[in-house]
Design a protein around this ligand. Sequence first.
Ligand code: URA
Length: 240
Amino acid sequence: MPFFYESFSEMRLDKYLAHSTGLSRKEVKRALHEKSVSVNGNVVKEFGFQVNSNDEVIFKEQGIAAPEHRYLMLNKPQGYVCSNDDPTHPTVAGLLTAEIRPDLLNIAGRLDVDSTGLLLLTTDGQWLHKITSPNHKQAKRYLVETASAIDESAIQVFADGVLLKGEKHLTKPAKLEIIESHMAYLTLTEGKYHQVKRMFAAIGNKVTDLHRDTIGHIHLDENLGSGEYRALTADEVNQL
Ligand code: URA
């Protein structure tokens, strides 16, 4: 399965160059500063300049092919942070090989350091927006284990919405499916900070284990062990 897919509408020039040439972000900045890059015949020094796949990008007198976007799913292990750099914990980016260029990927819907499961990573800003923006209401499903037994009344409470500490609005209707006394699926269509843990705290319970298995139509691949990843299929990319 390829890690790269063609076609994009707009991309920043520095990302375009880093993707297509394999240069580091620092080297790209230098190339721009040294006026080695032109777009459609004009020298461009601005790294945030937007280019699209039809633009002619020249670096050091050579045409640079339009880069391809990357879309991955990763099974996040416990104890890893969703960032490129962290002083105290191993990072999700550190799980990826250099060929994938973790520095060019953004994570859709971060998980807490102690949470596990499905993460989506991509270079495609518009696709990322579709997953994360509340307007698109992509459902995210979490398998939750709790310290105390989950009362049946929580099903209605979560469906009606709860007022979380420090928030002005109720949470959006959420679906709770109780599997066992201390275990349930919770499906949300929004992503407030620590939302699952705070919702259970609001009903006097405590989340002891949190695992995401679904975002929109994308399900965590059962064949992916903890810390493993794979490219999304074209269908998975296009379903969102
Ligand atoms: N809600 C949480 O509380 N933590 C997560 O990691 C994800 C959703």
